[in-house]
Design a protein around this ligand. Structure first.
Ligand code: SAH
Ligand code: F3S
Length: 481
C-alpha cells in the first residue's frame, strides 16, 4: 500500500512491554503510511500512562483503536471491514470500547459516530494528547470526539514507545501536515498545515534510540525537504518571523547534517521528498556523510507536463530530469524510487506515454503505483470529472507496473558481483538459516547467517538476485559497524 510500509504490516496490531500496575487492555491496529505507524507509538505511549497494557488479542481488549488512512477509497473500505469485525466481537464483549484515529477520523468527524453505531471515540491526528480526557468521557458512557487540527502540535515532547520493533530501525517524525495542495490529495485536509518539530527534541530522540541499540532511523514527514524550524509555528508563517528567528532557523539539509554528525554510526534515511522542495544542498549533504543512506524516494505522479500542472505539482518533466541528473552526478550510487498515479482526470494516451517515457529516462529502482481514486473535498474532486473509465485506468497501471518490474530487474542486476553494506534486520522469511537486511540503497539482501547477529552492519558479496532481492555471502563487518 503506502511507501516505506511493507504490505504485510498493514493492519498489524502493536504490542509493547506490559507494566504490572496497568489493568486495562488496549488493542491498537494501524493502516496507511509510516506516519500512522509512528503516531500509533505516540498513542500507545500516552495510554501506557493511563493504565493500559497492549494486547494482540482483540477478544481481550477493553479498548480497540484503529489508526486509519483516507488516501484512496480502498484504504477506507479496508477500515470499514475491520469495524464490522470489531462489531462482531463487541457482541460477545459489550464492555469493549472502539475508537477511530487518524485521517478517516479527521475526514468524517462526527459522521462516524452517527453512521457507525459501534464507534465510541473519534480522534484526529493532532488531538492524541487529549485522549485521557476523551477516554474519561467514554468511561462515563458518552461518545467523545476531538478532531481539532493544530498549528503547533508535533508531539516533540512525547517519547514514543517502540511497538513490535526489530530493535534496529525506527521512525522519527520531523514534520506534520502538508501545505502543498496537490489536487488529488486528501492529506492537507486530514493532517492540517505544515509545521516542523524542534531539532533539539529530534536529536534527543535520535541519541536515545542509539543508546537503546537502534542502528537506523527514518526521518518522517509528508514532505521532509520542506522542514523549517524557526522556533515553532506554521511553515506558512515563516515570513512573519523575527530577523533573529530567521537567522537561526534550521532547514532540512542542516537537520540532516546535524543528525549525521551527532550519531556518525547511525544510518539515516528520510521520506518523503517532493521534487519541488528537494534542493542541491540536501543532495550534497547526502554525498558528504557515509551514514546517510543513498536512496531518495521521489514521487513524480505523472510524466506529462499538462497533468503535472493539473495536479498542482510545481515542477515540469524537464525540471524533474534536471534533478535526476544532479542526483546521479553528485551521488552516482543513489537509488531512486517513485510514486505514480494512472488515470488522473483528463489523462490521454499521450499523457500516459509521457509517464512511460519518463520512467524509461529514470529507470527507478522501485516504486509504488496506483490508479487515481477521487477523494471527497480535494480540489480535483471539486473541479474535475473522474472521467477515465476504470478499465483504462487499470490497463495503464498494468503497463506502468510491468515497465517498473523490468527496470527493477535491470537495477537489481547492477549489483551482481559487487560488495554491498547490509544492516541485518531479521531472519529471512524464506529460510531460518539466512539473515535479511537492507543496503544503503534500500534494497533487500539475504545471506547465510554464520556468526553475525541482528543489528550488525556487514559487507556482502552479491552472487545472485531476484527482481527485488539481492542474494549473497557475508565477507566481514563493514568499517561502519
Ligand atoms: N507526501 C506524502 C504523499 C502521501 S500519499 C508522503 O509522504 O507519503 C502517497 C502516495 O499516494 C502519493 O505520492 C500518490 O502517489 C498516492 N496518492 C495520493 N492521493 C491519491 C489519490 N487520490 N489516488 C491515487 N493515489 C493517490
Ligand atoms: Fe499529498 Fe502532495 Fe502533500 S501528495 S501529502 S499534498 S505533497
Amino acid at each position: 500500500m503506502e511507501k516505506t510500509i511493507d504490505e504485510s504490516k498493514q493492519g498489524e496490531s502493536l504490542i509493547l512491554e506490559p507494566k504490572n500496575e496497568n489493568k486495562r487492555k488496549l488493542y491498537i491496529e494501524s493502516y496507511g503510511c509510516a506516519m500512522n505507524f509512528s503516531d500509533s507509538e505516540i498513542v500507545a505511549s500516552i495510554l501506557a500512562n493511563e493504565g493500559f497494557n497492549t494486547t494482540q488479542n482483540l477478544e481481550d481488549a477493553d479498548l480497540v483503536l484503529v489508526n486509519t488512512c483516507s488516501i484512496r477509497d480502498k484504504a477506507e473500505q479496508t477500515v470499514r471491514k475491520r469495524l464490522e469485525k470489531y462489531n462482531a466481537v463487541k457482541r460477545i464483549n459489550p464492555k469493549m470500547k472502539v475508537g477511530v484515529l487518524g485521517c478517516m477520523a479527521e475526514r468524517l468527524k462526527s459522521k462516524f459516530l452517527e453512521e457507525e453505531k459501534i464507534v465510541d471515540l473519534v480522534v484526529g491526528p493532532d488531538a492524541y494528547k487529549d485522549l485521557p480526557n476523551l477516554l474519561a468521557e467514554v468511561d462515563e458512557g458518552r461518545d467523545a470526539i476531538n478532531v481539532i487540527l493544530s498549528k503547533d502540535e508535533t508531539y516533540g515532547d512525547i517519547s514514543p514507545v517502540r511497538l513490535n520493533s526489530n530493535g534496529v530501525s525506527a521512525f522519527v517524525s520531523i514534520t506534520r501536515g502538508c501545505d502543498n495542495m496537490c489536487t488529488f490529495c486528501v492529506v492537507p485536509f486530514t493532517r492540517g498545515r505544515e509545521r516542523s518539530r524542534d531539532p533539539q527534541s529530534i536529536i534527543e530522540e535520535v541519541n536515545d534510540l542509539w543508546n537503546r541499540g537502534f542502528k537506523e532511523i527514518t526521518l518522517l514527514g509528508q514532505n521532509v525537504d520542506s522542514y523549517l524550524w524557526y522556533g515553532g509555528g506554521l511553515k506558512k508563517d515563516f515570513d512573519k518571523a523575527s530577523e533573529l528567528q530567521k537567522a537561526t532557523s534550521v532547514n532540512f539539509s542542516q537537520l540532516l547534517e546535524l543528525c549525521a554528525k551527532t550519531q556518525p554510526k547511525m544510518r539515516i534515511r528520510f521520506s518523503t521528498s517532493n521534487p519541488q522542495d528537494l534542493t542541491l544542498d540536501v543532495i550534497e549533504t547526502m554525498a558528504k556523510y557515509d551514514n546517510i543512506c543513498k536512496h531518495i524516494h521521489l514521487p513524480v505522479q505523472s510524466g506529462s507536463n499538462r497533468i503535472l500542472k493539473e495536479m498542482n505539482r510545481l515542477h515540469t518533466r524537464e525540471e524533474y530530469f534536471e534533478l535526476i541528473d544532479n542526483i546521479r552526478r553528485i551521488i552516482p550510487n543513489c537509488a531512486i524510487s517513485q510514486d505514480l498515479i494512472a488515470g488522473f482526470p483528463t489523462e490521454t494516451e499521450e499523457d500516459h506515454k509521457d509517464t512511460l517515457s519518463l520512467m524509461e529516462y529514470v529507470k527507478y529502482n522501485f516504486g509504488y503505483m496506483f490508479t487515481y481514486s477521487e477523494r471527497p473535498g480535494t480540489l480535483a474532486e471539486r473541479k474535475m470529472d473522474d472521467d477515465i473509465p476504470e478499465a483504462i485506468k487499470q490497463r495503464r497501471l498494468e503497463e506502468i507496473v510491468q515497465l517498473q518490474r523490468e527496470h527493477s530487474e535491470i537495477r537489481t542486476k547492477e549489483y551482481l558481483n559487487t560488495v554491498v553494506e547490509v544492516l541485518i534486520e531479521r531472519e529471512s522469511k524464506k529460510s531460518s538459516e539466512q539473515w535479511s537486511g537492507r543496503t544503503s540503497q534500500n534494497i533487500v539482501a539475504v545471506f547465510p547467517k554464520e556468526n553475525y547477529k541482528i543489528g550488525d552492519l556487514v559487507n556482502v558479496t552479491v552472487t545472485n538476485c531476484t527482481s527485488a532481492t539481492l542474494i549473497g555471502d557475508a565477507i566481514g563487518y563493514s568499517k561502519n559497524n
